[in-house]
Design a protein around this ligand. Structure first.
Ligand code: SAM
Length: 256
């Protein structure tokens, strides 16, 4: 499928067939799975997914690509949703079935973090997510307490998902080549994430990591007393990157 890549849509198309095959093997689509691909582009993953799947939903913003995809695949096989994935209501797809969604995509890097947050409220209706993202973002997603990459993204996502970085993909696998390495991440929603209000957790974690080098007694003072911290099991003299997810949740639940 011929197309001139557009930078503003984050278009880096996969060209390395062995990488494409490795991603499909990691996803391991099953005939009866309900799969949605975000940003099918020129169809590098789409084509191989459709080897197994009788039907596939795709969400694509670029109208030129949508036109080309419509010509390339029958409408009952490839269900195309033209538009911005950040505005897309995924419940439209799950509403008609009791099946859980499998969401996949080589994501446009400029929207990757907002997209991960857009998908979080949907976690209960999702079986799994496989995404290609900048390696550095995946490192932040899976980072453990005590590491430099551990921060707001790690806490928010680890609250809702089990995550694994599966493999790294070099710039040479794409056309045009991005400047940085990419990685494939697998995200599986936790069956019973601890109860917490997402907004409260976000407020807590954003404040905690606003000054990474400072101790929490000082950084969190606008939101919590020292006793709140102690009650949540947190030593007030610690820095945010040392605090496990469960303790942030316990603390966030103390917000009024
Ligand atoms: N899947 C293809 C591949 O692997 O070669 C293309 C991946 S490319 C990195 C990202 C794709 O997402 C492009 O096709 C781009 O047009 C599309 N895209 C960008 N922003 C989008 C958005 N907000 N909503 C939906 N699709 C978007």
């Amino acid at each position: 499928m011929k197309h001139t890549p557009r930078k503003r849509f984050g278009q880096n198309f996969l060209k390395d067939q062995s990488v494409i095959e490795a991603i499909i093997m990691a996803i391991a689509p099953g005939k009866t799975d309900l799969v949605v691909e975000i940003g099918p582009g020129t169809g590098a993953l789409t084509q191989l997914l459709l080897r197994t799947l009788p039907r596939l939903h795709v969400i694509e913003l670029d109208r030129d690509l949508v036109e080309k995809l419509e010509k390339a695949y029958p409408a009952d096989k490839l269900i195309i949703h033209q538009g911005d994935v950040l505005q897309f209501d995924f419940t439209k797809i799950v509403a008609r079935t009791d099946q859980k969604l499998r969401i996949v995509g080589n994501l446009p890097y400029n929207i990757s973090t907002p997209l991960l947050f857009h998908l979080m409220p949907l976690a209960k209706q999702v079986h799994d997510q496989h995404f290609m993202l900048q390696k550095e973002v995946v490192e932040r997603m899976v980072a453990e307490p005590g590491s430099k990459a551990y921060g707001r993204l790690s806490v928010m996502l680890q609250w809702q998902y089990h995550m694994d970085m599966l493999f790294i993909v070099p710039p040479t696998a794409f056309i045009p080549q991005p400047k940085v390495d990419s990685a494939i991440v697998r995200m599986i929603p936790r069956p019973q994430p601890e109860k917490c209000d997402a907004k409260k957790l976000e407020k807590t974690v954003t404040q905690a990591f606003s000054q990474r080098r400072k101790i929490l007694r000082n950084t969190l003072a606008p939101l919590f007393s020292e006793n709140d911290l102690i009650d949540a099991g947190i030593d007030p003299a610690r820095r945010p990157e040392e605090i496990p997810v469960e303790q942030f949740i316990s603390l966030a639940n103390r917000l009024p």
